[in-house]
Design a protein around this ligand. Structure first.
Ligand SMILES: [Zn+2]
Ligand SMILES: [Zn+2]
Length: 341
């Protein structure tokens, strides 16, 4: 099969590699129908992450696809099912997985698709992927849903739910601030904030294309360099910019919540005294994906969520290296592959 490889900053190529096979009886093999970039991938390709010197490795950790083979102990899925794939490798049964923290699985730690950490698990920009513990790590797509705009369900799209919904329970008339910048995550967060949390939602950014999407999603859109409100119950930092993180941290009500999903690769100075005086609950960590995929899929199926507005372009699979190394890659390019014969 062909696998898209990260070679070096700005260099991607397709390699011919062996097809993955069923290794454990709980495995399934999935052929992507649509795959897309996690916002992190753009930084990987640009050489802005610690993975720069590790190429070549297979890239990509967001896709939906068709089940083409199942092991004897994969009982929930059958060949032909269309599924979303969680970005990380999790057993689904250890203490942390059982606690709803599969990205902290005790068996597989940081293992994931598309980056060389804790084993070689392939990438979702490959024509076939092996999914361990498939009963746990796959999620069925709703009947009739367009898989193209669900390509991100196993990561960035699910983060929209994870970063907001648990934090607004019991809050009357919630207000949510979204600090965009990484690409798609802030927009998926905005969709959930407006339409599921029913929050008064303010989206801050400096990119006209993303700001236009946030406006269509129903947010009040403001320039990140203007005045920032200070009364959000929840703020989500999806900026990957220390100055914007600082703004997000200082934007919440006393004892409010700030969730940072823009990844920082260097130490960042934080206004800790101001945070102490205000009382800020700050979470910075990986998305758990699987527990959040189900409610998001349900709300896409009933028309509450609009991931199609976040997709910035739909391309043929063969265009992967060219589009992803172009300055015009867009904030959420989706690549489609023909269904299995
Ligand atoms: Zn990711
Ligand atoms: Zn586990």
């Amino acid at each position: 099969m062909r696998a898209l490889m990260f070679v070096a900053p700005g260099q991607l190529r397709f390699d011919e590699v062996d097809d993955p096979t069923i290794v454990d009886p709980t495995d399934a093999l999935v052929r992507p129908l649509a795959a897309t970039t996690c916002d992190l991938d753009h930084h990987v390709i640009a050489g802005k992450t610690p993975f720069t010197g590790f190429g070549p490795f297979p890239l990509g950790h967001e896709c939906v696809g068709t089940v083409v083979e199942v092991g004897p102990d994969c009982t929930r899925y059958r060949v032909g099912d269309v599924v979303g794939v969680a970005w990380h490798i999790a057993c689904g049964t250890c203490a942390r997985c059982a606690a709803g923290l599969p990205a902290r699985c005790l068996l597989h730690r940081d293992a994931q698709y598309g980056l060389p950490v804790n084993g070689a698990w392939g990438g979702t920009f490959s024509e076939l992927i092996r999914v361990p513990y498939a009963d746990y790590n796959l999620a069925p797509l709703p009947a009739g849903a367009d898989p193209v705009h669900l390509a991100s369900i196993g990561d960035n799209l699910a983060l929209g739910w994870e970063t907001t919904m648990p934090r607004i329970q019991g809050v009357d008339e919630p207000r949510i601030g979204v600090f965009g910048g990484t690409g798609s995550i802030g927009l998926y967060v905005t969709d959930v904030a407006v339409h599921c949390a029913k929050a008064q939602t303010v989206y801050y950014d400096d990119d006209p294309a993303r700001m236009a999407v946030a406006e269509r999603l129903g947010a009040e859109v403001r320039d990140i360099d203007g005045r920032i409100a200070r009364d959000f119950h929840v703020a989500v930092d999806a900026s990957c910019d220390p100055e914007k993180l600082r703004k997000a941290l200082l934007s919440v009500v006393p004892e409010g919540w700030v969730n940072s999903v823009g990844i920082y690769f260097q130490d960042v100075e934080l206004p800790l005294l101001a945070l102490y005086q205000r009382g800020v609950n700050f979470h910075n960590g990986k998305g758990m994906a699987r527990p959040n995929m189900t409610p998001v899929l349900r709300h896409v199926a009933d028309g509450t969520l609009h991931p199609e507005l976040v997709t910035s372009g739909v391309y043929d699979w063969d265009q992967l290296p060219e589009v992803l190394t172009s300055p015009d890659a867009g904030h959420k390019p989706v690549f489609t592959l023909a269904p299995p014969a």
